[in-house]
Design a protein around this ligand. Structure first.
Ligand code: THU
Length: 139
């Protein structure tokens, strides 16, 4: 399921989903594309707020809409971010809060794809969130 064609598709969709970002404060548009084990892809973009704190990142928008749709298992997420209205000029890595949200639903081998200008960097969740705290710690 997670071959190069699918990775490229997720990267492309993350780029496209940047167009749906609501970013009047930062002007930094982030898009995400999340592949569930069901095979469905869920999109997300960042949604900012005048009070700043309630801002929701692109990755969490994608996760929360997938979980609300009934998904609980995931394969990979692609993320792309940069100045609104411009193509991305660098890689955009998920913030710490989003990594912890991924940890709730994903195993250590969950793939995180950073879609940059002309190439895609690939990490696993355990690489980006080592020695983490998760649901199993409360069992
Ligand atoms: N942001 C994301 O949506 N995802 C990330 O991985 C990093 C940061 C958003 C939050 C805020 O709307 C803007 O980027 C600037 O921090």
């Amino acid at each position: 399921m997670l071959d190069e064609t699918m990775r490229n598709r997720l990267a492309r969709e993350a780029m496209q989903n940047r167009e749906k970002a609501y970013v009047p404060y930062s002007g930094f548009a982030v898009g995400a594309a999340l592949l569930a084990k069901s095979g469905k892809i869920y999109g997300g973009a960042n949604i900012e707020n005048a009070a700043f704190g309630p801002t929701n990142c692109a990755e969490r928008t994608a996760f929360f809409s997938a979980v609300f749709a009934g998904e609980r298992e995931f394969e990979a997420i692609a993320v792309a971010g940069g100045k609104t209205g411009e193509p991305v000029s660098d890689f955009c890595a998920p913030c710490g809060v989003c990594r912890q949200v991924m940890r709730e639903f994903c195993g250590p081998d969950f793939e995180i794809l950073l879609a940059g200008p002309g190439s895609v960097k690939r990490y696993t969740l355990s690489e980006l969130l080592p020695e983490s705290f998760g649901p199993d710690d409360l069992r």
